[in-house]
Write a protein that binds this ligand. Structure first.
Ligand code: 3PG
Length: 306
């Protein structure tokens, strides 16, 4: 089978080498299209692919239509909001993710951004410390759990809320379960977002919710751009000049945030939470193994469009 690694944001070379080794060892052919700049390049590259390994690359009905031989798409990562699941299901294409494989990388970046933020973006001004501060983790999945583990090392008071995870499971991880999302936002010094972008969550982190945050609170977003209601958050941050926003996903209104919230806003130039060699290897090799398993035995363990 022909497997195309379609990555606008490329994997580390070690990950590509490992993916090749696994797939070629199982008799598959591997092609790559990395750092592409035009959608047309992707449409051309997928035309004879039987399988795709992607990251945040958009795989919609048009891409699938350009790939008549496509049988499986594996998103090497957690969030699969970039894949049109309904279109895939209609075509009988299996879509999988590789849950947990890049979670530690994202969690570590949360603290990289937080330390940078509380230390006044390394300008030399006196900042503050994380020790003793209360961290609220919104969604207690693989990334949220890693964030909790690292936060304990900083001596933070760790809280979490997850609409789909029972409070007992959160408490079992040694984390205080907030009663609601509202309580989490109102009671914590730092909120770290780990929710996927779904119909339910898009735009849910808005000015009204963030307006309940404590004085001097910090919002950290390593999840998705779409979960933020940018207009109302921006308006709130102009009113509440004590709030800070640190994000790994540049908002559409990046220039406005940067101009109007100077010294309280930071966005990475490109989403880099999962951009470590380790995460690339973990997620990339898992994707390769899942493709081998699917073609060899029909294994659909990580299928997300069942
Ligand atoms: C994910 O959903 O796994 C992360 O957001 C990482 O995305 P990336 O592979 O595009 O860096």
């Amino acid at each position: 089978m022909k497997v195309l690694i379609l990555t606008e944001k490329p994997f580390a070379p070690a990950a590509v080498a490992g993916i090749r080794e696994i797939l070629e060892g199982a008799g598959h052919e591997v092609a790559t299209l990395e750092k592409y700049t035009e959608r047309a390049q992707a449409l051309e590259a997928v035309k004879d692919a039987n399988a795709l390994i992607i990251r945040s690359d958009k795989v919609d009905a048009e891409v699938m239509a350009a790939a008549p031989e496509l049988k499986i798409v594996v998103r090497a990562g957690a969030g699969y909001d970039n894949v049109d699941l309904a279109a895939a299901t209609e075509r009988g294409i299996v879509v999988m993710n590789t849950p947990g494989q890049n979670a530690n990388a994202v969690a570590e970046l949360v603290f990289g951004m937080l330390v940078f933020g509380v230390r006044q973006f390394f300008t030399g001004k006196a900042g503050s410390e994380l020790l003793g501060k209360r961290l609220g983790i919104l969604a207690f999945g693989n990334v949220g759990r890693n964030v909790a583990r690292i936060a304990k090392g900083f001596g933070m008071d760790v809280w979490a809320y997850d609409a789909y995870c029972p409070a007992e499971a959160i408490e079992a991880a040694g984390v205080h379960a907030a009663a609601s999302q509202a309580e989490l936002f109102a009671e914590c010094d730092v909120i770290s977002l780990h929710i996927p972008a779904t119909a339910e969550t898009k735009g849910s982190i808005n000015g009204a919710l963030c307006g309940t945050m404590k004085k001097g609170a910090i919002l950290v977003n390593t999840a998705r751009k779409e979960v933020i209601d940018e207009a109302s958050l921006l308006a709130l941050m102009q009113e509440r000049t004590d709030l800070r926003y640190l994000t790994d996903i540049k908002p559409d209104a990046d220039a406005d945030f940067a101009a109007k919230c100077e010294g309280r806003y930071f966005a990475t130039p490109k989403k880099m939470g999962a951009q470590t060699a380790e995460a690339n290897v973990n997620a990339g090799l898992a994707a390769a193994r899942q493709i081998c398993g699917y073609f060899a035995d029909g294994c659909t363990k990580f299928q997300v469009n069942k």
